[in-house]
Design a protein around this ligand. Structure first.
Ligand code: PGA
Length: 267
């Protein structure tokens, strides 16, 4: 059974659902994604899924795999687009996001390999601009995203769209592109690189803010006390590029935040 939130509220145009545990929130999000996939199936079209990596959505992928194994979910007709990838990095590197997706989802389900798009951390230096533009073209060719899964960085980033000083309107128009990583992102990523920040790639390829905001629905997951401050700034603060997740306030009615009590503690 899909777990119910312990409470819910509307805030800044978003639905905010608070759950008793990260597991319950992830289960709710996975079941929501499964419903989107089934709905698209009934309409005879391919569901387009925007996927995320990081520690937060691990139980969500476990639930999708469980549904698949139970014969209740097929990704055969789906197409997926991941938010981001380090640059440069090999897909065989266990710290790459392509590897993460393979471990947690792709190798367990029937999503065809040529429909699972992850920005390529091996694209030669001079071709990253072209590659990112192609990535945006593929999302458009898929008819846009039915759902985008998001996590939030401690600095408010979505994907690797890091805090910056652009006017909010300009940041909302940013396409997928190559970016330098923010100091807080490097610090948090160090745990995947043996605790050594110097080993984290300095750059990444990220889906842009524009294609993220164009998604027909967004599920934002955040858990734990370390996210409480930035969750409150994103939902209750002004819409500013210094807090990229605050830009989600500009698409009322399309964003659902799924939080645990700790992440919701400053709302
Ligand atoms: P996390 O990362 O899920 O590992 O906390 C979230 C993010 O930085 O977007």
């Amino acid at each position: 059974m899909t777990p119910s939130p312990v409470r819910s509220q509307k805030l800044a145009g978003a639905s905010v659902l608070v759950f008793g545990s990260p597991l319950a929130a992830c289960r709710q999000a996975a079941d929501h994604i499964a419903r989107i996939i089934h709905g698209a199936e009934r309409e005879g079209r391919s569901p387009a899924l925007g996927l995320a990596t990081g520690g937060t959505p691990v139980p969500l992928y476990a639930r999708l795999v469980e549904l698949h194994r139970a014969g209740e979910l097929s990704l055969q007709k789906a197409v997926s687009f991941n938010l981001d990838e380090y640059y440069p990095i090999s897909p065989l590197d266990p710290r790459s996001y392509r590897h993460y997706m393979h471990q947690h989802l792709f190798r367990h389900v029937d999503l065809p390999a040529n429909r699972a798009h992850v920005l390529d951390g091996t694209v030669p230096d001079g071709f990253t601009v072209q590659h990112c533009a192609e990535f945006d073209g593929w999302i458009e060719a898929a008819g846009g995203l039915d759902v985008q899964l998001l996590g939030i960085g401690r600095n408010g980033h979505i994907g690797f769209n890091e805090p910056c000083d652009l006017p909010a309107r300009d940041m909302m128009a940013l396409p997928s592109r190559r970016v330098p990583l923010h100091a807080i992102t490097l610090e948090d990523a160090a745990r995947d690189f043996g605790g050594d920040m110097r080993l984290v790639p300095r750059e990444a390829l990220t889906m842009g803010v524009k294609p993220i905001l164009a998604s027909r629905s967004i599920l934002m997951l955040a858990f734990g006390a370390r996210k409480a401050d930035i969750v409150a700034r994103a939902l209750k603060g002004p819409v500013i590029s210094e807090v990229p997740a605050s830009l989600l306030q500009s698409i009322p009615g399309r964003v659902t935040w799924l939080l645990d009590e700790e992440a919701a503690s400053r709302l």
